[in-house]
Design a protein around this ligand. Structure first.
Ligand code: PLP
Length: 384
């Protein structure tokens, strides 16, 4: 047999997956591992989808997505962020942010191009760059700086092959948000060097202290930014696989070209659900966010009391405490915690080398389970 793609072979399997294969074979595990809301999709969204199926809406849609959904996305972005995207040619409905990310990379990159990626970051970012023929250039960030990327590090990483900077705030896995000043500086650097900015804002609504900064609203950012967002987190719609990209007509046209040949369109049922979420789901979303905010305080206090230094995250639903004091590596800590106390977390190195010495805990689970998990973590740490 001929060998399979070298790029794919050289990409390690997701550190999260490997761990969860072990977890799925175990019983009675308290999981702080998965990055997915514990809430079910709001009933009104499910109902809208059921009703549309009953009426036989089971066909392909426009490659761009239904015009109703694109208009609703455009209205949402204007209402919430004051940023204008023409629903006719500046919005593409995608199969989650995951597909939007892949399309963005493939639309802008030539073989060998470099993309700067601040770490720790979402596990898919670097593989997506590589699958599109590019080279990810990671930039580390550390707890001492609140996991904020330093724009100067981005500047020093730029070469004549750099094509874009890929950022995602609020961050998975650290929960960090980037200040407006930091983002403005990143945009300035991108403008000076004529780089694209890919901004994954999937956790935009899950910002607890102050208002989210939407990157394309910053001076000089609009033309060069590909904004990615979706419904998985804010509306508890992970399994629906629905998201969108917003950018200049030229970029959207090129992303659409790939989408048209590879995906055709996002599933119509999911588009119907997403439309309903935008039209009437804000209240449901706000209620979930209130719950996350409460859980965030409980988990941060619990982990600090247990002896793990843990910053208060500004957004998303993750904390990224340091386990350095225990003398264990991230892998050792997570494995032992799982086998000895049946609590699942994710080793910080799954999100980049600079994540070593940390673990990711998701608080998208009930307060009761969080309290029990934190008690077990405290017992585990005390017993080391
Ligand atoms: C930062 C980030 N971006 C993108 C995704 C993927 O989102 P979607 O479900 O819309 O594909 C996730 C999912 O965990 C995420 O955390």
């Amino acid at each position: 047999m001929k060998s399979i793609s070298q790029v794919v072979q050289s990409t390690p399997a997701s550190g999260i997956r490997r761990f969860f294969d072990i977890v799925s074979a175990m019983e009675d595990v308290l999981s702080l591992g998965v990055g997915e809301p514990d809430f079910d999709t709001p009933w009104r969204v499910r109902e809208a989808c059921i009703y549309s199926l009953e009426r036989g809406r089971t066909h392909y849609t426009s490659n761009y997505g239904t015009i109703e959904l694109r208009r609703a996305i455009s209205d949402y972005l204007m209402r919430r962020e004051g940023v204008e995207y023409n629903p006719e040619n500046q919005i593409l409905v995608t199969v989650g942010v995951s597909e939007g990310m892949d399309l963005a990379m493939r639309a802008i990159m030539n073989p060998g191009d470099e993309i700067i990626v601040p770490e720790p970051c979402f596990v898919s970012y670097k593989p997506c760059v590589m699958f599109a023929g590019g080279t990810p250039v990671p930039i580390p960030s550390y707890a001492e700086d609140g996991f904020a990327v330093k724009p100067e590090q981005i500047r020093s990483a730029i070469t004549d092959k750099t094509k874009a900077v890929l950022i995602g705030y609020p961050s998975n896995p650290t929960g960090a948000i980037a200040s407006r000043e930091t983002l403005e500086e990143i945009v300035r650097i991108a403008s000076e060097h004529d780089l694209y900015i890919i901004s994954d804002e999937i956790y935009d609504r899950l910002t607890y202290d102050g208002k989210h900064t939407c990157v394309p609203t910053l001076p000089g950012a609009y033309e060069r930014t590909i904004l990615l967002n979706g419904f998985s987190k804010a509306y508890a719609m992970t399994g629906w696989r629905i998201g969108y990209a917003a950018a200049s007509p030229e970029i959207i046209e090129h992303m659409m070209k790939i989408h048209q040949y590879t995906m055709m369109c996002a599933p119509i049922m999911a588009q119907v659900g997403a439309l309903e979420a935008l039209q009437s789901g804000d209240h449901d979303s706000d209620e979930m966010i209130e719950q996350y905010a409460q859980r965030r305080r409980v988990i941060v206090k619990g982990l600090n009391d247990a002896g793990l230094d843990c910053l208060m995250p500004g957004g998303a639903f993750y904390v990224f405490p340091s386990i350095k004091r225990t003398g264990l590596t991230s892998d050792e800590f997570c494995e032992r915690l799982l086998f000895e106390e049946r609590v699942a977390t994710v080793p910080g190195n799954a999100f980049g080398e600079c994540g070593e010495g940390h673990i990711r805990c998701s608080y998208a689970t009930s307060l009761d389970r969080i309290s029990q998990a934190v008690e077990r973590i405290a017992r585990f740490v005390a017993g080391l």
